[in-house]
Design a protein around this ligand. Structure first.
Ligand SMILES: Cc1cc2nc3c(=O)[nH]c(=O)nc-3n(C[C@H](O)[C@H](O)[C@H](O)COP(=O)(O)OP(=O)(O)OC[C@H]3O[C@@H](n4cnc5c(N)ncnc54)[C@H](O)[C@@H]3O)c2cc1C
Length: 410
C-alpha cells in the first residue's frame, strides 16, 4: 500500500459518511484521480499509479470514485481539450458522482462512419440550437449531461464541419427513448433533439475541430472496459449507499460481465457438468483461456509502455479486438459445455441463466466503441502501413456528399 495513501485513509476513511460526503472528500484529496494534474484535482502521478491506487483503496475497504462515461470518457476528454471554465464546472461534480454523463455520437446513418453524422447545431442569439437524432446511447435515460458531436458547417468537408459540445440533458428539447436488447436489458436509448439548447461556451476544443476531440474520447473508450461491479461490499453507510447505487442506477448494466464471455466460469461450469474429459470441450476451453491470457499479456505490455512514458499506441484497437475474440471463444466454450440447455434463460438455465445471458450479450463487444472490422482497418493502416480505403467524400463539402434519400433532404 502506498504509505501516503495509507496515512490519508487512516485519517479520513469513515464508513458512516454519506456516499457523496466520502467521494467529495476523496476527490479533494486527489486520490480519486491520482494521475490527473494537481490543478484539476489529481496528484500528477504516472498512469501506472491508477490501478495500484484503486487496488489499495479496495484492499483498505474504502469505496472508490464512480464508474462510467463521466470518469472514463468525459473527464479525460475535458482534461485534454476543455476550457478552464468547462473543467471547473464539470470535473468536480463528475468525480464526486453528482453528475452522470452519456455519449451522444452514433446516429441511425452514422456509426462506423461517424464523421458522416447529420445532427445540426447552429448559433442563434448567443446559444447553440441542436436538432437531429442519436442512437445506442448508453445511460442517456439517467444522464445529466451528454458528450455530443454535431455538424456546425455543412459546407466544410465531412471531418472538418463537426463541433464537440457538452450538452445539458435535462431540458424540453430532448426526448430519450429506451431500447430493449435481445438479452432483455435496456441500457441504451434513442435520443431525439428538437431545438435543444447549449450555452455558447460549452464547445470542447474549437468550433469545427470536433473530430480530433472525438478521437480522444474514442481512444479512451477502446482502452477501458467498465465491469459494472462494486467488488466486495462492507458494513457502513458509504457501502450501503454504494451498493444501492450499484443495484438501482447500474441495474441496466448488470449484463456487462457476461458480455466479456465470463472466462472465469469456464472450468467450474465444465467440472459441474462433468465434461472435463470431453475432448471437444477441452479444445474449446483451451482456446478461450489461451486467448484470454494472451490478451491480458498484451494489456500488461501496453501498461508497461505507458509506465515508461510512451504515448498510447495501437493497444486500444488491439485490446478491443482481443476482447471480442475472447468473448466469442468463451461463448463457444460455454455452449459446448452446456449443450442445448445453454439456451434456457432465467433460473431454469445453467448457472441461473447466466450462460444464456452470455450467449446473448457477447455480440455487443464486437460492435460497441467501434466494430471489429473498424479496429482491423485501424490496425492495418496504422501498424501494417497498408493503403487506406479510397474515399470519395472526404475532400468535398459535406452538403455535396451523396446520401440516402433521408439524408439528402437536409
Ligand atoms: C452495447 C453498445 C453500446 C453502445 N453505446 C453507445 C453510446 O453510448 N453512444 C454512442 O454514440 N454509440 C453507442 N453505441 C453505438 C456503436 O458505437 C455503433 O453501433 C458502432 O460504432 C457501429 O455502428 P453501426 O451500428 O451504425 O454499424 P455500421 O457502421 O452500419 O456497420 C455495419 C457493419 O458494416 C461494417 N463496416 C462499416 N464500415 C466498414 C468499413 N469501412 N470497413 C469494413 N467494415 C465496415 C461494420 O463493421 C458492421 O459489421 C453502442 C453500441 C453497442 C452495441
Amino acid at each position: 500500500m502506498n504509505p501516503e495513501l495509507q496515512e490519508w485513509l487512516d485519517a479520513n476513511w469513515d464508513p458512516e459518511l454519506s456516499l457523496l460526503e466520502w467521494r467529495t472528500r476523496l476527490a479533494a484529496s486527489g486520490w480519486a484521480c491520482p494521475t490527473w494534474p494537481r490543478e484539476w484535482g489529481g496528484r500528477d502521478l504516472p498512469a501506472s499509479a491508477a490501478s495500484a491506487v484503486s487496488a489499495d483503496l479496495a484492499a483498505y475497504g474504502a469505496v472508490g470514485p464512480p464508474e462510467g462515461v463521466g470518469m472514463h470518457l468525459a473527464a479525460p476528454t475535458l482534461l485534454e481539450h476543455g476550457s478552464d471554465d468547462l473543467k471547473r464546472t464539470y470535473l468536480p461534480p463528475t468525480v464526486s458522482g453528482e453528475l452522470s454523463w452519456c455519449q451522444l455520437f452514433s446516429e441511425p446513418g452514422a456509426g462506423s462512419d461517424l464523421a458522416g453524422l447529420t445532427t445540426r447545431a447552429e448559433l442563434a442569439d448567443g446559444e447553440w440550437v441542436v436538432s437531429g437524432q442519436k442512437v445506442w446511447n448508453t445511460s442517456a435515460h439517467h444522464a445529466d449531461v451528454g458528450l455530443l458531436i454535431a455538424r456546425t458547417d455543412f459546407d466544410a468537408p465531412k471531418h472538418r464541419g463537426l463541433t464537440y459540445f457538452v450538452l445539458p440533458m435535462r431540458q424540453s428539447g430532448i426526448e430519450v427513448r429506451p431500447l430493449r436488447q435481445m438479452n432483455g436489458h435496456a441500457s441504451f436509448n434513442e435520443v431525439f433533439l428538437d431545438a435543444a439548447r447549449i450555452p455558447a461556451d460549452h464547445v470542447v476544443g474549437e468550433v469545427g475541430g470536433g473530430w480530433s476531440v472525438a478521437l480522444t474520447t474514442l481512444s479512451h473508450e477502446r482502452r477501458v472496459a467498465p465491469t459494472g461491479s462494486i467488488g466486495q461490499a462492507r458494513p457502513g453507510r458509504v457501502w450501503r449507499e454504494a451498493l444501492d447505487e450499484a443495484l438501482h442506477l447500474r441495474a441496466p448494466y448488470k449484463w456487462y460481465p457476461q458480455r466479456a464471455g465470463r472466462v472465469d466460469l469456464l472450468v467450474p461450469q465444465a467440472q459441474a457438468a462433468g465434461v472435463t474429459n470431453n475432448p471437444t470441450v477441452r479444445q474449446e476451453l483451451a482456446r478461450a483461456i489461451a486467448l484470454a491470457w494472451t490478451a491480458r499479456w498484451t494489456a500488461q505490455r501496453a501498461a508497461a509502455a505507458r509506465k515508461l512514458g510512451r504515448p498510447p499506441g495501437p493497444e486500444g484497437s488491439l485490446g478491443k479486438l482481443a476482447s471480442s475474440n475472447v468473448a466469442r471463444a468463451a461463448a463457444r466454450a460455454h455452449a459446448a459445455i452446456a449443450g442445448a440447455s445453454a439456451m434456457l434463460a432465467g433460473s431454469d438455465g445453467p448457472a441461473d441463466g447466466i450462460i444464456a445471458e452470455i450467449l446473448l450479450s457477447v455480440p455487443a463487444v464486437s460492435i460497441a466503441g467501434g466494430t471489429d472490422e473498424v479496429q482491423r482497418n485501424i490496425l492495418s493502416e496504422r501498424i501494417l502501413g497498408l493503403p487506406k480505403d479510397p474515399t470519395l467524400d472526404s475532400s468535398i463539402p459535406f452538403r455535396d456528399v451523396l446520401k440516402n434519400p433521408e439524408g439528402r433532404r437536409r
